[in-house]
Structure formats: structure tokens, C-alpha cells
Design a protein around this ligand. Structure first.
Ligand SMILES: [Zn+2]
Length: 277
């Protein structure tokens, strides 16, 4: 199918009680693994190229998406400023995220609002972040992590002041590998969900147990971002394959693609997006 914005996908997910996965990719194997998983499971999917030449990544994803019967969106994940967002718009992304969540509230609003105006003008959806989703390696200082959780009242104001289409919230998930066990604040999620209308996004999905994913989705998460689980699976596969002294480079790439595909299929199944395209 032609590429499409994630916004209608997320609205359908919100209504249908499931979540669409965003999968970060930085190689051809990543792109192909993710899209093969989506095609096999008939799942809508959001691909986020990172560290790839942007126009080339969009051309590749568009070409592959055209051949499969599922909706595919391309989002700029964690866009850091207006210039980066403009570059992604010019490259043909369908959606952008602006993450200036470490900045003071007023600055976050001002910058996000500017991005929303420009991106909407160009026909793209926008994800913002309020509160701050930190890193799993800081998770042993949980009080610091908790201090950056999203305040429900602030989330309400942020959405109405910026006009974002989706909102990333901080409720205890973190990027990378967790030092310790992830603890999601489900009550806070419920409070935010009750007051905010736009689809809610959970970043830092790797390491969260499947039942917690499902609980978060049942309480109103409509998009979940995954990277680390794919990266860990790729490295494990390479380590195993390289035990063989005659390992062939071409086979390593194929094995990585297959490993990423399995991780993506698992998440699509847990998120309930399988069969929704
Ligand atoms: Zn993230």
C-alpha cells in the first residue's frame, strides 16, 4: 500500500483497544525484518529509520511498502529540533516526533506548537512528549525517574496548547536496558487517559513483561516504541552464528533479518495489532 500517516492507524487502535508498534531501524535487515513481520501478520506498522540517509530510507521503505497489503507509516523518532523535523518532512516521512521534553514546560510548548503548525501544513502527524522518558541505565535511581513522570494536568494543557496528534507520556518506562525491574504507574496512565483525547504513546518498551504491555494497552496506550529488543536479538544471533569459523557474511545478514522479524512479530501479537490491517 502507499505510505500513510500513523494518525488514522492510532485512532483505529485507540478505538479498537490495541496498540500499533513503532520499530526503530538502522539497516536494510531491520527495514526488511519489520515489513515482512507486518505483512505476515497483517498488522499496521510504523517504521522509524535512524542513522540512515533519510531520503534513501524513505525510498526503500516506500518501495517495500507498495508491495505489501498493510498500512506503513514512517515517523521521525525523537526529532530534536525544528530543523531536524523540517529535514524529515522534506525527505518524505509521514509523521514526526519532537522531543524537547527535557526543556522547561513553556519552551516545550512553544517549540512543539511551531512544529505542529509546519507539519500539519505539510500533511504530517505530530507526536509530542510531556514528562520525560529517561534511560533504563538510570533506573536504579528510581526517585529521579519518578520525578520526571507526566503530570496529568500538564498533559491536558500540553495537548490543548500544542495541537499534537499523539502524546508520549512518562509512566515508568525507559529507553535501553533497565537496571532493575520496570515499574509502570498504571493509576497515572488511567488519570491521563481519562483527561486527554489523543492517542497515548509508551516509549522504552523493551523489558516490560507482556502482561504489563497488555494492561497498559487496556488502560489506553495506543502506540508502543521498540528498539532495544530487536538490537539484543540481532547481537545474540550474530554471536551464535560467529561460533562457526566458516560463517558467511551474507548469511549473517539474513540471520539478523530473521531475528528482528521474530521480535517484531512477537510484539505485534502481544500488542493486538496482528490481523488489524
Ligand atoms: Zn523513545
Amino acid at each position: 500500500m502507499p505510505l500513510q500517516s500513523m494518525v488514522p492507524m492510532l485512532k483505529a487502535a485507540q478505538k479498537g483497544g490495541y496498540a500499533v508498534g513503532l520499530f526503530d531501524v538502522h539497516t536494510l535487515e531491520g527495514v526488511m525484518g519489520v515489513l515482512e513481520a507486518a505483512a505476515e501478520l497483517h498488522s499496521p506498522v510504523i517504521v522509524a529509520p535512524m542513522g540512515m540517509p533519510r531520503k534513501a530510507a524513505v525510498a526503500l521503505i516506500r518501495e517495500l511498502a507498495d508491495r505489501i497489503p498493510v498500512p506503513v507509516a514512517i515517523e521521525l523518532d525523537h526529532g530534536r529540533d525544528f530543523a531536524s523535523v523540517m529535514d524529515a518532512i522534506a525527505a518524505g516521512f509521514t509523521d514526526v516526533m519532537l522531543d524537547v521534553s527535557t526543556r522547561p514546560y513553556e519552551e516545550n510548548v512553544a517549540q512543539t506548537k511551531k512544529v505542529v503548525e509546519a507539519a500539519h501544513y505539510a500533511g504530517l502527524g505530530v507526536e509530542g512528549e510531556i514528562g520525560h522518558v529517561g534511560r533504563g541505565d538510570a533506573y536504579d535511581r528510581f526517585e529521579e525517574v519518578r520525578a520526571a513522570f507526566t503530570q496529568p494536568e500538564e498533559a491536558v494543557r500540553f495537548v490543548s496548547e500544542t495541537g499534537v496528534d499523539a502524546l508520549a507520556i512518562a509512566i515508568g518506562s525507559a529507553h535501553g536496558v533497565y537496571k532493575g525491574e520496570p515499574k509502570l504507574d498504571f493509576e497515572r496512565l488511567q488519570e491521563i487517559r481519562a483527561r486527554v483525547e489523543v492517542p497515548l504513546v509508551l516509549h522504552g518498551g523493551t523489558g516490560i513483561p507482556d502482561p504489563d504491555f497488555q494492561k497498559a494497552i487496556s488502560l489506553g496506550i495506543s502506540k508502543i516504541n521498540i528498539y532495544t529488543a530487536m538490537a539484543l536479538a540481532a547481537v545474540d544471533t550474530l554471536r551464535e552464528k560467529l561460533q562457526d569459523p566458516n560463517a558467511r557474511y551474507m548469511e549473517l545478514g539474513r540471520a539478523v533479518q530473521a531475528a528482528i522479524k521474530e521480535v517484531v512479530k512477537h510484539h505485534m501479537t502481544v500488542f493486538g495489532s496482528a490481523g488489524k490491517a
